[in-house]
Unconditional design. Structure first.
Length: 449
C-alpha cells in the first residue's frame, strides 16, 4: 500500500504498475475507438491486440492436430506402391534346343521387373497402447487451453491495473488543482491585506512557496499519468500512440466477502489449479502409456497388385494377392521399460506435490485478497472522515486568520492537510477497487467478456 501523504508513494505506485507483466509486441493492432475506452473496451482491445495470445492459440491448434494424429492409430493404413527394377545378369539355365548343339536359355527372373500393388494394414490388438496415447494427447490439448486462459487472465489484470491507475492519477491531479486554486485564492487575499498594511509580504511569500510545492506535485502526477498512458498504448499494441483515450472515474462500491464461498470458487475455477490437475493427469496417463509400451501387437495386412516374374512366362504381368497375420512380442529391452516406469512414477508424485502446493497458494491468495478488501473498507471510511475533519479545520483556520486571531501558516497547513486527506480518499478508493479485481483473480473469476 502506498502512503497517501507522500509524492514518493505515488511515484512508487506508478513504477510498480509500469512493471506489471505485459506481452504486447509489434504486430497487428486492435481496432481504433472513435471516442474513448471504457474498462470493457480496454480489456477487449488489449486481448485482441496481443500477439502472445495468438501464439498460444496456435500452440493449442497444434496440440489439437497432434490429437487427431494419435487417433489415426485406430484406422487402417492403406498405401499404393509401383516399382520398376532392372536386373542384369539374371539366373538362367541353358538347354539343348537343336541337333547342331544349339541351346536356349531359361530365365528364372526377368531383366525388367514391374510391380504395382495396394497394401492395407490394420492393428487388431495392442493392449490399450493406442487408447493411452489418445488420452495423453487429449490431456495435452486441455493443458494448452488452460495455458491460454492463464495468459489471458494475467494480461487482463495488467490492463485493469493500468486503466485504474490512469483514473487514480486523474483524480489525484484534480485534488492538486483544487489545492492550487484554493491557495491562489488565499494568496489574492494575502496580497490585498499586504497592500492594505494589515499583513506582511512574508505571508504572501510563504503562500507562493506552498503554491509552487503543489504545482510540483501536480507535475509529478502528470508525468505518471503520461507514463501510464504509454503503458496502456503498449498493451493495446499501439506503441506510437501514447495518449490513449480512457473514460471513467474512480468510484467506491463496497461488496460483502464470503470467505468460504470464495475459497470454494477458487478451488473450482482458478486456472493454476486446472493447470496443476492437468499436469497430474498427464503424468498419470504417461505412466499408463509406459506400462503398455512393451505389450504384444497383433495386426493383419493384405496386398493386392500385379507383377511379372512368374513361371513359365516370366514377362507376363499377373495379378497377385498376399495376406499377413503378424504377432509381435517384446522379449527383452535391456530394462528400458522398467526404468521408464520408475521415471513416470516419479513424475506423477512430483505433479501431485505441485497440485497440493497450488491448493495452498490459492487459499493464501484468497485470504490475502479478503484481508485487503476488509482493510480497504476501513481505510476508505477513515479517509472520508479525515476529509470532513480537514475541511472543517480549514474553514476554522481561515476564519481565525480573517479575524486576526490565527496565523497564515495555520491556513497553509490546513490546506495541505485537506489535500492529503483527499489524496488519501482517492488512494483508498483505488486500492479497494483494485482489491476487488485481485479477489476476482484469486478466485479465477473471468474479468473480461
Amino acid at each position: 500500500m502506498l502512503s497517501p501523504f507522500s509524492v514518493a508513494g505515488l511515484l512508487t505506485l506508478g513504477a510498480a504498475l509500469l512493471a506489471a507483466p505485459a506481452r504486447a509486441q509489434d504486430g497487428a493492432a486492435a481496432p481504433l475507438f472513435a471516442d474513448s475506452l471504457t474498462l470493457d473496451g480496454t480489456l477487449r482491445s488489449v486481448l485482441e491486440a496481443n500477439p502472445a495470445l495468438t501464439s498460444l492459440d496456435e500452440l493449442t491448434n497444434a496440440a489439437t492436430g497432434r490429437l487427431a494424429q494419435t487417433r489415426t492409430g485406430f484406422l487402417p493404413q492403406v498405401t499404393g506402391t509401383a516399382t520398376y527394377t532392372y536386373l542384369n545378369p539374371v539366373a538362367q539355365v541353358n538347354f539343348p534346343s537343336g541337333p547342331n548343339g544349339e541351346t536356349s536359355a531359361l530365365k528364372f527372373v526377368p531383366n525388367n521387373n514391374y510391380d504395382a500393388h495396394i497394401t492395407a494394414q490394420y492393428l487388431l490388438l495392442d493392449f490399450g497402447r493406442n487408447a493411452a496415447t489418445v488420452r495423453l494427447a487429449e490431456s495435452q490439448v486441455t493443458t494448452a487451453q488452460d495455458n491460454v486462459a492463464v495468459s489471458r487472465r494475467d494480461l487482463a489484470f495488467s490492463a485493469v491495473q493500468v486503466y485504474y491507475n490512469i483514473l487514480f492519477m486523474r483524480a489525484s491531479i484534480r485534488v492538486q488543482d483544487q489545492q492550487i486554486a484554493s491557495l491562489q485564492a488565499h494568496r489574492h487575499e494575502m496580497q490585498r491585506r499586504a497592500e492594505a498594511g494589515v499583513s506582511t509580504r512574508f505571508d504572501v511569500t510563504t503562500t507562493d512557496v506552498r503554491i509552487t510545492q503543489a504545482e510540483n506535485v501536480k507535475i509529478d502526477l502528470q508525468n505518471q499519468l503520461q507514463n501510464q498512458q504509454v503503458q496502456l498504448a503498449r498493451l493495446l499494441h499501439k506503441p506510437t500512440q501514447a495518449d490513449v483515450p480512457v473514460r471513467g472515474r474512480l468510484s467506491y462500491q463496497p461488496q460483502p466477502v464470503d470467505l468460504a464461498a470464495e475459497l470454494a470458487k477458487a478451488a473450482a475455477n482458478r486456472p493454476e489449479m486446472k493447470l496443476a490437475r492437468d499436469a497430474e493427469t498427464t503424468a498419470d496417463l504417461q505412466a499408463r502409456l509406459v506400462e503398455r509400451s512393451n505389450k504384444p501387437n497383433l495386426g493383419i495386412g493384405a496386398q493386392v497388385g500385379a507383377k511379372n516374374g512368374y513361371q513359365p512366362n516370366i514377362e507376363a504381368i499377373r495379378a497377385n494377392v498376399v495376406g499377413v497375420v503378424q504377432l509381435s512380442v517384446p522379449i527383452y529391452d535391456g530394462n528400458k521399460n522398467k526404468n521408464q516406469r520408475v521415471e513416470a512414477a516419479a513424475n506423477l508424485r512430483a505433479a501431485q506435490a505441485r497440485t497440493q502446493d497450488a491448493q495452498d497458494q490459492i487459499r493464501a491468495d484468497v485470504r490475502q485478497a479478503a484481508n485487503n478488501l476488509g482493510s480497504g473498507q476501513l481505510r476508505y471510511d477513515n479517509a472520508t472522515q479525515q476529509v470532513a475533519q480537514a475541511t472543517e479545520a480549514l474553514a476554522k483556520a481561515k476564519a481565525r486568520y480573517r479575524y486576526g486571531v490565527g496565523a497564515n501558516l495555520d491556513v497553509l497547513d490546513a490546506e495541505t492537510q485537506l489535500a492529503q486527506a483527499r489524496l488519501a480518499k482517492a488512494q483508498a478508493t483505488y486500492n479497494y477497487t483494485l482489491g476487488q479485481y485481485q479477489m476476482k483473480r484469486a478466485t479465477g473469476e473471468v474479468i473480461w467478456r
